[in-house]
Ligand binder design. Structure first.
Ligand SMILES: Cc1cc2nc3c(=O)[nH]c(=O)nc-3n(C[C@H](O)[C@H](O)[C@H](O)COP(=O)(O)O)c2cc1C
Length: 203
């Protein structure tokens, strides 16, 4: 893993937008930019448009088109993820789940993940907690505590403009950078305390 060597941590952003411009992609980009301002990292962003129609047409991993397979492999090889999905019918999009259905179940264990989503309104804001967090729980990933949700009203001309959502972007980026920074540090040396120091007072 790159975190154990001298190379930069690899962060992959994946947004499940089917169109561009995209509010979801803008949200993932905002988290990526904020993370990059806190931590030197190799950050790469992808969306479903990059994957192309070869994603939805694949029923097994060996049927994935080259662009779609590259995204799956980038996700598996990343040290951390920033994921985003538009809300479709109250949940993540079908193609978001379809892509993660191809990801090796062991590939994300312990990896930090920022969860984000956009929807038309605020009603489905908890999709990040009720859809995304359990999915990454399946992978035993380390989702950061602050998830980010934006609705149409939180964007102006495709750019995130709401201060409250931006504050959550910064919080999530802080948490991601802290987790990656902590993983990059070598384990502190441990010296056993003398036996007397470990015993309870009065014994
Ligand atoms: C098929 C479909 C289903 C949608 N379902 C919901 C929904 O259940 N709740 C919601 O808030 N918005 C819903 N939306 C609106 C999108 O989530 C919203 O416009 C989103 O920000 C689009 O993201 P994008 O700009 O990245 O494509 C739906 C849109 C489509 C096309």
């Amino acid at each position: 893993m790159s975190l154990s060597g001298n190379s930069l941590p690899r962060i992959v952003g994946f947004s499940a937008n089917l169109q561009r411009p995209s509010k979801t992609r803008a949200l993932v980009e905002a988290v990526a930019e904020a993370t990059g301002a806190r931590l030197r990292a190799d950050i790469r962003l992808f969306d479903v448009v990059d994957a192309g129609s070869g994603l939805g047409a694949a029923w097994s991993r060996d049927q994935l088109s080259l662009p779609a397979r590259r995204i799956v492999e980038a996700i598996e090889g990343a040290d951390a993820l920033i994921v985003g999905t538009p809300v479709y019918k109250g949940a993540y999009t079908g193609l978001f789940k379809h892509l993660f259905d191809f990801v090796d179940p062991a590939a994300l264990v312990g990896k930090p993940v920022v969860l984000s989503a956009t929807g038309g309104g605020a009603r489905h804001a908890l999709v990040v907690e009720h859809s995304l967090r359990p999915l990454f729980g399946f992978f035993s990933a380390q989702t950061v505590p602050t998830s980010v949700y934006g609705s149409d009203a939180d964007f102006s001309n495709g750019v995130l403009s709401d201060d409250g959502v931006r504050a959550r972007v910064f919080d999530a980026a802080d948490q991601l950078a802290t987790l990656l920074g902590a993983k990059a540090k070598p384990a502190a040396s441990f010296e056993a305390a003398p036996a007397a120091a470990l015993s309870a007072p009065g014994r």
